[in-house]
Design a protein around this ligand. Structure first.
Ligand SMILES: [Zn+2]
Length: 249
């Protein structure tokens, strides 16, 4: 059936499929590079041959198709970039209770209850309660169950990253718990000079989350020193001249 579709028809189908995946899955879960590569290779084979099974390498430059139409491309979604952007947006929305109904729901349902139940975001522990079979041990230390509190706050790995970043930025790392960091972040977000702290929090947590996924999906983990350096670089690129001069380099 699919082979009867024209190239333009298949292109439309691929685009629709990618954007619905992006709208749904990529907004909820960080997708690993491996998964993204697999999706892209199925799409590209389908686009070229109308089949999804094995075939010779499709003579299409996928990178080219991802370019906007004005640049001669087809404006196909770049899953990797989209997924990263969507996850950052999600972390941001959760941290600052932007107006989306479901984020409010996450807040009232999960985060308010976090003082006595911190195992409720989409970390492995949560996934396993949805019946998705994963190892519930923390993939970074393998000593404790993976919960939000453990992964982002209590684990040695997260603490080293957070404290490393804070030291270099001359920020106080404070009491490292979910509740206290979230409260401080919300307070800082309202202050004129609080932007550096907010950036430090989002970049640090996002970096730990990425390393966790790198470990889960690719069995690779960078040292915290490398991660801290990476986080600082990202902050230095985005922060004000004044904040940059305060950084210890
Ligand atoms: Zn751990």
């Amino acid at each position: 059936m699919a082979q009867l579709l024209s190239y333009a028809g298949r292109m439309q189908l691929v685009k629709t499929m990618l954007s619905s995946m992006q709208n749904y899955w990529a907004h909820i879960f960080p997708l690993s590079k491996k998964i993204i590569r697999a999706i892209v290779s199925v799409c590209r084979r389908f686009l070229w041959t109308g089949k999804t099974g094995e075939s010779k390498k499709a003579p299409i430059a996928w990178d080219m198709l991802q370019k906007p139409k004005t640049a001669g491309g087809w404006n196909i979604i770049n899953m990797e970039v989209w997924n990263k952007a969507a996850m950052l947006k999600l972390l941001w929305a959760i941290a600052f209770k932007t107006d989306k109904l479901w984020v409010k729901w996450v807040h009232s349902y999960y985060i308010k209850r976090s003082s006595y139940d911190t195992n409720r975001l989409a970390t492995t522990n949560r996934l396993s309660t949805w019946g998705i079979n994963c190892n519930t041990r923390c993939s970074l230390c393998r000593r404790e169950d993976e919960s939000v509190e453990h992964l982002f706050f209590m684990s040695d790995y997260a603490k080293e990253v957070w404290q490393g970043v804070c030291n270099q930025l001359r920020l106080s790392s404070g009491n490292c718990s979910f509740h206290s960091v979230l409260e401080t972040t919300k307070r800082k977000a309202r202050q004129k000079n609080g932007k550096l702290f907010v950036m430090a929090v989002t970049e640090s947590f996002y970096a730990v989350w990425r390393q966790r996924n790198n470990q889960v999906f690719n069995q690779q983990l960078q040292s915290t020193t490398m991660v801290v350096r990476d986080v600082l670089f990202k902050i230095a690129v985005r922060c004000t001249e004044e904040d940059r001069s305060r950084m210890i380099v």
